[in-house]
Design a protein around this ligand. Structure first.
Ligand code: C2E
Ligand code: MG
Ligand code: MG
Ligand code: MG
Length: 280
């Protein structure tokens, strides 16, 4: 009967929830261990000038080199990391990795490209962030911080504003990530005056499917240019995407069409091969 059915469904639901909780608790423990053991690294995805197709920068994307699970992607652990309050530790680890990888690139004879680093709002409230970057002694223009626009919706956030001002003074760029997915994209742009923004791939990918989608992306690019900021397209997967975006005067392109995120060592071979010029 219905009552029994309801009870069974409820029991089923709660055992599923229980299993999920156990899994998350286990994952949390492993994240902490992984942080202690230095298992979090950065992979790098190249970004290209849309006109010249030259490699102009790379985005650092965190990866977890788990001893049993193999390479774990951020969507598998950032949620739990946020729940247990270690996002800032992960971000700090990744930034230290970026500094070390830059030195490796230099040692291998590669002039390090600009590196974009994703930064959580927690990390942005750490005073450490500014001192870590200052201590690294990078030349101006070597780093860009990718921020989610949700960070700027809070009017009273003087800590965030202070950090951003300090970053600017050190020649660190600021970009809004996943532009268009939040609720106040334009507000975020006006308030923060970033150096650029990244159009989320959910807008970029369908530009080949309908003229309306292309019009939307073109409008975003125009907004960026009228505010004097650079516009990056994420999720560029086809030659047709490249053509339409370049025609629309998008500044920088990033996506699987050119290259997937790769380990630091692989970037040296990639840049010397100039393989992307054919890809365009
Ligand atoms: P995001 O910053 O918007 O990064 C873009 C994501 O799209 C990356 O996924 C990238 O691998 C993927 N991608 C790039 N090109 C293409 C393409 O052509 N097609 C498709 N389908 N996907 C593409 P990933 O590496 O799994 O990172 C996911 C998200 O995790 C990032 O989104 C970012 O929000 C976050 N994240 C990554 N690294 C860090 C980090 O060090 N700190 C923090 N706080 N967040 C990070
Ligand atoms: Mg990003
Ligand atoms: Mg993004
Ligand atoms: Mg994203």
């Amino acid at each position: 009967n219905a009552k029994e059915l309801g009870r069974n469904r409820c029991a089923h639901f709660s055992s599923e929830m229980h299993a999920r909780m156990v899994e998350r608790t286990q994952l949390a423990g492993e994240i902490l261990k992984g942080l202690d053991r230095g298992e979090f690294i950065a992979h790098y995805q190249p970004q290209f000038d849309a006109r010249t197709l030259e490699l102009v920068s790379v985005e650092a994307l965190v990866r977890w080199q788990h001893p049993d699970r193999g390479l774990v992607y951020p969507d598998q652990f950032l949620g739990v990391a946020g729940d247990i309050g270690v996002l800032r530790r992960i971000d700090r680890t990744v930034l230290q990795r970026v500094f070390a990888d830059r030195q490796q690139w230099q040692a291998a004879g590669l002039t390090p490209p600009r590196v974009s680093v994703n930064i959580s709002s927690h990390r942005l409230r750490d005073h450490d962030l500014v001192t870590d970057i200052r201590d690294a002694g990078l030349p101006p223009g070597a780093l860009t911080m990718e921020l989610l626009e949700s960070i700027f919706l809070d009017d009273a956030d003087t800590a965030v504003q202070w950090t951003i001002d300090q970053l600017r003074e050190m020649g660190v760029g600021v970009e809004l990530d996943d532009f268009g997915t939040g609720h106040a994209s334009i507000v975020g742009l006006i308030r923060l005056r970033p150096d650029g923004f990244k159009i989320d791939r959910q807008f970029v990918q369908p530009i080949t499917a309908s003229p309306e989608n292309l019009t939307l992306v073109r409008s975003m690019i125009e907004i960026g240019h009228s505010l004097g900021v650079r516009v990056v397209a994420e999720g560029v997967e086809t030659a047709e995407h490249v053509r339409l975006l370049a025609d629309s005067r998008c500044d920088i392109l990033q996506g699987y069409h050119f290259a997937r995120p790769m380990p630091a060592e692989a970037l040296v071979a990639f840049t010397s091969g100039e393989a992307w010029k054919q890809a365009g």
